[in-house]
Write a protein that binds this ligand. Structure first.
Ligand code: PLP
Ligand code: ZN
Length: 373
């Protein structure tokens, strides 16, 4: 007997828990975890509910509990009273993905899965490769040939089978799906897996406990598929529902102008990928995110906005964060700060508001001069 079921995000149809059920049997939309009971306020403060049975994650590398640091110099130049960053790049494989992967691979281990495949721009692949190694699970990681060399090396060192796929990011997804079908493998997609989203909820639980009494007014997140964005909302929303928090922050979703399906849909505009349009923010270059509607729902529910930023602004913030704050992040993460600047200019964030930015990935994994995008 399981303590949760999987529920369709569009038509609400319930499905039995299984790692191979990644979409609704009726309408095809992505699924979410639905727990049978809501935890009380005391339980919620300490640990979010998880879709496996152990008390603590069976497959863990010590992910989470990342520091929150003030960015006073940057706050001053932006005219902000209170600007902080949560350094997600200090997770075990160098990105926030470890939160979701720890949960997804704990579920896989509990179910006795012995091999998985996954497609990724690099970070999720590195994360799945690491946790698979720890769990003794074979991993096949599909990534675009344009994925940064450092990420591909990292995946390989963990012992995963790497598959470099020609063409756009979507081609890696198609190749992974086909490989799973042909080899009867579990498709451990961080974009579709409901357990991955359960893991990223811990981002919000930590903010609530680390910033008790001083929850930020705004949280700014770079968004491709939205796994941190949706998970963060699930966490905040769950804490409000359990009576631990009396409000949730506004969550803002930042994209690159070159690949902006969410920002365009938020603005009510049509958007199609432009041939040749590329971004140095490879982690958010997702042309057709399967959970786009969920991201839009979270934007509406939290009162946040989605905007897209220019390449020059991403590059400039990448350097600026390093040389004024000592924060060496991926260009993808720097996009969030370029987005914050626009949010302030547009009046969505006021000078007296408090802001927290998720710094999602470490700089050494994707260094602009050597990446080959
Ligand atoms: C460093 C970094 N930040 C942000 C993201 C965006 O995450 P998501 O696609 O879940 O929205 C990614 C995804 O690969 C990433 O690697
Ligand atoms: Zn459905």
């Amino acid at each position: 007997m399981s303590h949760f079921s999987l529920v369709c995000t569009r038509c609400a149809q319930a499905h039995s828990p299984s790692m191979t059920t990644l979409g609704c049997g009726s309408c095809g939309a992505p699924l979410d975890v639905l727990y049978e009971s809501t935890p009380d306020a005391n339980q919620s403060r300490v640990v979010p509910p998880m879709p496996f049975h152990a008390e603590s994650p069976p497959i863990s590398l010590g992910e989470g509990n990342t520091p929150i640091v003030p960015l006073d110099a940057t706050g001053r130049t932006l005219g902000l009273r209170d600007l902080k960053a949560k350094l997600e790049y200090l997770n075990p494989t160098g990105s926030f993905k470890d939160r979701g992967t720890a949960t997804m691979m704990s579920v896989a281990a509990e179910l006795g899965v012995d091999a998985v495949a996954e497609d990724s721009s690099g970070n999720a692949g590195a994360s799945v490769a690491a946790y698979a190694a720890r769990a003794g699970i074979e991993a096949h990681i599909f990534a675009p040939v344009s994925a940064p060399q450092a990420k591909m090396q990292q995946i390989g060192v963990y012992g995963a089978h790497t598959h470099a796929i020609e063409g756009p990011r979507e081609a890696a997804t198609e190749a992974a799906v086909a490989f799973c079908r042909e080899n009867s493998l579990v498709y451990a997609s961080h974009n579709l897996s409901p357990s991955f989203l359960e893991g990223t909820k811990t981002f919000a639980y930590e903010i609530a406990s680390q910033m008790a009494g001083a929850l930020p007014d705004h949280v700014v997140i770079p968004v491709g598929n939205g796994s941190l964005f949706i998970g963060a909302w699930k966490g905040f929303h769950g804490l409000v529902a359990a009576g631990v928090l009396d409000r949730a922050p506004k969550l803002h979703a930042i994209q690159a102008e070159a690949v902006m399906p969410v920002a365009a849909a938020f603005a009510g505009r049509e958007w199609t990928p432009q041939p040749g349009a590329a971004t140095i923010a490879g982690g958010i270059a997702v042309g057709d995110p399967p959970r786009k509607q969920q991201v839009l729902d979270v934007l509406r529910a939290s009162g946040g906005v989605s905007i897209a930023v220019a390449e020059a602004a991403i590059a400039s913030w990448h350097a600026r964060l390093a040389n004024t704050e000592g924060i060496y992040c991926e260009p993808t993460s720097a996009a969030a700060f370029a987005g914050l600047e626009l949010l302030i200019e547009a009046g969505h964030v006021a000078s007296h508001d408090s802001v927290l930015v998720a710094v999602t990935g470490f700089g050494l994994k994707d260094t602009p001069p050597t990446n080959n995008r």
